[in-house]
Design a binder for this molecule. Structure first.
Ligand code: FAD
Length: 414
C-alpha cells in the first residue's frame, strides 16, 4: 500500500507513525513545504523568550524518518490534487501517486488588512523560521506592538516583553480572550500581564502601520494614538491551508469536511488536524479545532482508517491549554454564550489565583474554564467529549479539591 501525507506537523507525523506500526511493509511519503523535522509549535514562544533551547523545540530528529522508513520530502509544496488519477502535483512539477492520501496541511496566521501591513517589521508566529526571525529582530528593537486577544496574541506579547521590548498589547475586545474565558478568568490573566509590565490596551485595534524606508516605525491605533514600534506582532486568528485543494472535488468550508472516521467526501482521501472540520457533539455542528492534542488524535485516527480499520473518533470539542507567565489556563467545550441554559458551578480562590467553572446541561458536562489549576484538563476534556453524565457528581465538581482524573478513573474512562 502507498500512503501519502501532506503536512509534517503533529497530525501528519502521528499518522505516519501509526501507519508504520499498522502496516510495516507500506510505502509512506510525507511532504511538507517546511524543511525542518516535525516540531512543537507551542514551544516556539519559550524558545523566543530564551526559556527553552532550539533542540527542545523538535518533536523528532532528522534520523527519525530514516529509522521509520518514512520518505520525508521537506521544502516541497503541494500545488494541486488530481483525485481521479490518485495523484498529487508538487509546485516543482513532480507528481506523486498514492493509494490513500491524508491532508494534514494545518493552518496559517490571518493577514492584517490595514495600510502598512507589508512593511518590514510586521511579524506573525507560526513557524520555526518566523520564530528565529523574531529573535533576530528582537536584538535590534526597543519597542513593539502586538495585536490579538487570544492564545497566540498573548504568547507574542510575552515574547516581545521577554526580548526586552516596551510592549503595547492591543486587544479589540473589552477583556482578554472572551471567546474562551469569562470575566473572572480574563481578569486573572490581565493581572499577570500587568505585573510583568505588558501594557494592555483594551478595545483598541490597528488603523495603520507607519514606516520609514520600508521599515515599521509606529502604529496608529483605532483610537487615534501613535505608538512607537520597531516590530508589530499580528495574531488575529488562523486560516486553514486549503488553497491547493481547489478543483479537487473535496468539500471544503472553513476546513476540509470530514466524518467521524476522518474520511472526506472523496474516496481514499482523509483529513486531520488544524485543516479538518469535524463534528462537535456538544455544539451539534462541524468545526475546526486548532490544538496539538486534537492534531495528534485525529492524525492517529485517520491513519487507523487509512490502514483498513473502522475507527470512529467520537467527535471533537474545543480544547485549549496555555501557561501565561506561570499561570495555567484551560478552556474546554462550550461556554455560557453557546449554552445559555447550562447550570454553572464555580470555585474561586482569588488569593491563590484559582478559578474553575463547570457548565452542566441536562446532567452532562458541556464545558469548563480553568485558571490556576489545570492538571485535570485532559480528563475534563474526555468527560465533555464523551458526553458523560455528571449530574450525580455536581457536589464533587464544586469541591475545591475536585480532580477530574479521579472521577475518570472511577468511571473507568482512563
Ligand atoms: C505559537 C503557537 C503556540 C501554540 N500553542 C499551543 C498550545 O499551547 N496548545 C495547543 O494545543 N496548541 C497550540 N498551538 C496550536 C498547535 O500547534 C496546532 O494546533 C498544531 O500544531 C496543528 O498541527 P497540524 O499538524 O494540524 O498542523 P501544522 O502543525 O500547521 O502542520 C501542517 C504542515 O503542513 C504544511 N503545509 C501546508 N500547506 C502545504 C502544502 N501546500 N504543501 C506542503 N506542505 C504544506 C505546513 O508547512 C505545516 O508544516 C500553538 C500554535 C502556535 C503557532
Amino acid at each position: 500500500m502507498e500512503y501519502l501525507i501532506i503536512g509534517n506537523g503533529g497530525a501528519g507525523l502521528a499518522a505516519a507513525l501509526t501507519l508504520r506500526t499498522m502496516d510495516p511493509g507500506a510505502i509512506i511519503t510525507l511532504v511538507d513545504e517546511e524543511e525542518h523535522p516535525c516540531y512543537y509549535r507551542m514551544r516556539l514562544p519559550d524558545y523566543i523568550c530564551g526559556w527553552k533551547d532550539r533542540d527542545s523545540v523538535f518533536y523528532v530528529r532528522e534520523e527519525f524518518y530514516r529509522e521509520k522508513k518514512i520518505h520525508f520530502l521537506g521544502g516541497r509544496k503541494v500545488a494541486r490534487l488530481r483525485p481521479q488519477n490518485r495523484q498529487v502535483e508538487l509546485e516543482d512539477g513532480e507528481v506523486l501517486g498514492y493509494d490513500r492520501l491524508l491532508i494534514s496541511s494545518g493552518a496559517r496566521p490571518r493577514d492584517l488588512p490595514v495600510p502598512g501591513s507589508q512593511l518590514d517589521g510586521v511579524v506573525y508566529l507560526r513557524t520555526l523560521d518566523q520564530a528565529e526571525d523574531i529573535i533576530r529582530r528582537g536584538r535590534v528593537s526597543s519597542a513593539g506592538v502586538v495585536l490579538g486577544g487570544g492564545l497566540l496574541g498573548v504568547e507574542l506579547a510575552r515574547c516581545f516583553n521577554e526580548l526586552g521590548l516596551k510592549t503595547h498589547y492591543l486587544i479589540r475586545e473589552d477583556r482578554f480572550w472572551p471567546q474562551m474565558l469569562d470575566v473572572t478568568g480574563s481578569a486573572l490573566v490581565e493581572e499577570v500581564l500587568k505585573e510583568k509590565g505588558i501594557l494592555l490596551r483594551k478595545e483598541e485595534g490597528i488603523q495603520e502601520i507607519l514606516g520609514k524606508e520600508g521599515k515599521v516605525t509606529s502604529v496608529l491605533t483605532t483610537s487615534g494614538e501613535h505608538l512607537q514600534a520597531d516590530m508589530v506582532g499580528v495574531a488575529i486568528g488562523v486560516v486553514c491551508n486549503v488553497e491547493f485543494l481547489e478543483g479537487s472535488g473535496l468539500e471544503v468550508r472553513q476546513g476540509v469536511m470530514v466524518n467521524d472516521q476522518l474520511r472526506t467526501n472523496v474516496e481514499g482521501i482523509y483529513a486531520a488536524g488544524d485543516v479538518a472540520q469535524a463534528f462537535d457533539p456538544v455544539l451539534g455542528e462541524h468545526r475546526v479545532v486548532t490544538s496539538w492534542l486534537n492534531a495528534l488524535r485525529q492524525g492517529e485516527a485517520a491513519a487507523r482508517n487509512m490502514a483498513g480499520e473502522d475507527f470512529a473518533l467520537g467527535g471533537v470539542v474545543p480544547f485549549n491549554v496555555i501557561v501565561i507567565y506561570g499561570l495555567p489556563v484551560a478552556s474546554i467545550g462550550a461556554d455560557e454564550a453557546s449554552s445559555p441554559e447550562a447550570e454553572v458551578i464555580r470555585v474561586h480562590q482569588p488569593e491563590r489565583r484559582i478559578y474553575r467553572k463547570f457548565l452542566i446541561k441536562d446532567g452532562v458536562l458541556v464545558g469548563a474554564n480553568l485558571v490556576g489549576h489545570t492538571a485535570d484538563a485532559h480528563a475534563l476534556e474526555t468527560l465533555v467529549r464523551r458526553q458523560v453524565e455528571v449530574g450525580g457528581f455536581a457536589d464533587k465538581l464544586a469541591r475545591e479539591d475536585f480532580d477530574a482524573r479521579t472521577l475518570i478513573r472511577e468511571l473507568g474512562l482512563d
